[in-house]
Ligand binder design. Sequence first.
Ligand code: SAM
Length: 507
Amino acid sequence: MYPRMMAGSLYSIGWQIITDPDLVSLVRRAYTQGVVMDTWMHGEWQAEITPGAQSQLRERARGLASQVSAHQITWPVYPLTSRYLSHLFQAVLTSMALFTVHTQSHAKQVAEGDVEHAFATLRQFADQEPWGLSAVVRTFHVIWSFEDLNALRYFGRLSRNEFLSGVSHRPWVMELLADQLSLYMRMGLVKESLTGKGEMLRLMPRGRHVLEELEKILEESGELAWRANQQRWDIFRTMDYDTVFHTVIPDSDEATRDFLDLLPLKPGMQVLEVGAGTGRVCVDTGLWERVLPEGQVIAVEPSTTMATNLQEKSHRLHIPNLQVVQARAEDLPLNDSQFDLTLAVAVLHFTDVEEAVREMARVTKPGGWVAAVVPPSNMDIREIPMVALWLRPLSELADEFGLPFGDRNGLPPGQLEEAFHKALLQDVRVWPAPGTVTAEDHRAFFTFFVRGAAFFQHTLARLPYRERVHLLQHLEKRGEQIADQTQSGEKRHIFYGEAIWGRVPLT
Ligand SMILES: C[S@@+](CC[C@H](N)C(=O)[O-])C[C@H]1O[C@@H](n2cnc3c(N)ncnc32)[C@H](O)[C@@H]1O
């Protein structure tokens, strides 16, 4: 039993807490340090948790809960019972273990070692936080409350049973939901009322207000963008990238060869390719051959799966002068002034472009070249008539959320050139890079543009997870029907991307 408190005072204490300006950086620190609480990420991936791992999760969670109550540093909305805290830590550890296994291994189940890894990560995070373990409790209440209230906003109404089962928005560790619902109701965020369909839960104006505040925290901390990115990594991990890319952008290799022809590549050069993917540029279109006999290519790629595929391709084809390094463009683990030429094709729109270009310039020798190709700014795939019709539901959803139809379609006009100037590159030149995009193979198009290239992930990231899964299934089917009724001319479009180069000053 929680002490009786007036809903008004509970609400004002809660409001004071969620408007604490430190929450934004706390949430950022949490997800960047591997304290992943995103229930939403795992919905589709119901990995088995071994019995040993399950009891380890319970034991570790109980231990953490007892430490929180022992120090009397609970989330101060109301005293949290140790049972509640145990469930909370179990939810967090489960989420973290699932996430690591899913993203960093090919294992099919969560084992005890994964739980220990999650526990160590969580402890390390809490040890550095002034609020200690209570920082985890705070972060939890931002992220999971967002999921709960967002589901109610999205669906309009939910029956108590549906809400408590968590099927639409919180796939596991449901034990907490009853307690949280009681809290939301006591705070006046959610109300249960009789409708034609029985007792239904709905969001009250206060609930909307709190939800908007939570959304703002997730937005400002970068958590929503992080979610969107995770979806991209997820599909990049599983799709046959080479086949899909070549299918939807059929002239991509030819366009890349034309781009390479314009670069001052010479035998003996040291070349860096950033965001090399599975090696379309450095291997397939022959960048490696252009610097033989003495030259070397280093290929940097952050995705484990893509880097592994590239490594395997390089071995299989006996490429003698290619080295793969797993890293991000914004943080290159390479010495200054090492390369004669550094390039990135179809990558910089995924990065923090200023940081990435600064890094590319840093590792390039004085007098050396930095070059890139990016998709068009403001690229809108609805210019393909079939796609405009096909993706209308997604388009409407983006409107409803007040979001642009696509994100990461390209960089805003002029931003890449500005980044080159800011990195003090000289002789900067920009020219158009045309390319054909086709939805003739609608499955490949859907995999690449909707699921993978992440043009819609910001919209999808705001859906309760079950709804996201359903929407994607619906769109896939809709694509099939529309493809049958569309002529091939209505499935293609030529886009003009941007190619750029600049030179590192000699002094
Ligand atoms: C569209 S693919 C292009 C791959 C390859 N350059 C090509 O043209 O086929 C985009 C690549 O950028 C990588 N990427 C995404 N974010 C990145 C970052 N922050 N730093 C470096 N590469 C990144 C992805 O993993 C992916 O391999």
